[in-house]
Design a protein around this ligand. Structure first.
Ligand code: SAM
Length: 294
């Protein structure tokens, strides 16, 4: 166990706030249908990050006995603090998805959201089979399409911010810690692995969620501003992660002025929004939900 993910890939608060937009209350029915959870079930979320899905499920279905597990110590600490803040009784455990620290046959549902592609898939599936009760279900959620390019947040104008940005990222990428450990993986293989492991009634469903659409009429002012600010948090955290990877590529003053420029860009976006200047920008994710019964 370590804090690699929350230090160099996604900070806990960043992951939590981006997922809060994906799992907002307007999408509640979509998620609950995909997760197949009924109130009172014993549920495991594998690779729970900062714990937003566990918190939302506990809020919607209060009799659920829910446990979130993650390899990252920073995420688990964050999830515990957040549970206390929200006064939600969820269990959070540090552990490896490919060697689960649980007895056999104890969960009704095991689910994961964007985790299997970072793990060895066969042991990932095998371990969930082991800890599921007979007739328990595995739900594997994968993003199969996202409307935004990964670089959507990079400044494009030729300006001082872009020059600093380019310098910081060019250096950060030279640090081997910037490479997330990935396994050879493909969602089409998962059906075969589930069958090999003994899962029955294997099926797939697809749904899409909008996580960013501040100019659209069904989005309240509060939510629109939350959406814009989520982009701000993500950029600030990304810059901080890059600076941890390449601390010598610029002075602290330069780095702080870069953070100010990011903040200013987002302040301007909020001013434009408040003045009724529509951007019509949106981000949507298509999610594949693969399920099987033990
Ligand atoms: C893309 S994040 C998704 C987090 C969360 N499911 C969400 O959607 O907000 C991937 C997560 O998987 C966790 N992870 C990666 N490999 C793992 C493993 N072998 N065991 C447990 N967690 C793992 C990472 O620490 C990270 O929190």
């Amino acid at each position: 166990m370590d804090s690699y993910w929350s230090t160099y890939v996604q900070e806990s608060k960043e992951l939590y706030s981006s997922r809060a937009l994906r799992f907002h209350n307007g999408n509640k029915e979509l998620w609950l249908k995909a997760l197949q959870i009924k109130d009172g079930m014993k549920v495991l979320e594998v690779g729970c990050g900062g714990g937003i899905f566990c918190h939302k499920i506990k809020e919607y279905l209060p009799k659920t006995d829910i446990t979130g597990l993650d390899f990252d110590t920073g995420h688990i600490e964050y999830a515990k603090v957040k549970s206390a803040e929200l006064n939600l009784n969820c269990n959070f455990v540090n552990g490896d998805a490919t060697d689960l620290p649980f007895e056999d046959d104890i969960f009704d549902i095991c689910f994961s959201h964007t985790v299997i592609n970072f793990c060895e898939p066969k042991p990932f599936i095998k371990e969930q089979y082991r800890v599921l009760k007979p007739n328990g279900k595995i739900i594997i959620l994968c993003i199969i399409n996202s409307s935004n390019k990964p670089e959507w947040w990079i400044p494009t104008d030729d300006c001082e911010e872009k020059a600093l940005f380019d310098r910081l990222w060019a250096e950060a990428q030279k640090n081997e810690l910037s490479d997330i450990k990935k396994y050879e993986n493909n969602e089409l293989w998962y059906f075969e692995y589930l069958q090999e492991q003994g899962f029955k009634d294997i099926s797939a469903d697809v749904f899409a969620v909008l996580s960013y659409s501040p100019s659209f009429s069904d989005v309240s002012d509060e939510m629109a501003i939350d959406q814009i600010n989520e982009g701000r948090l993500s950029e600030l955290c990304s810059a901080q992660k890059a600076f941890r990877l390449a601390p010598n590529c610029m002075s602290s003053d330069e780095f702080n002025s870069m953070l100010e420029m990011i903040n200013k860009r987002y302040d301007n976006m909020i001013d434009k929004y408040k003045n009724g200047d529509k951007s019509w920008d949106y981000r949507a994710s298509t999610i594949l939900a693969i399920s099987g019964m033990k």
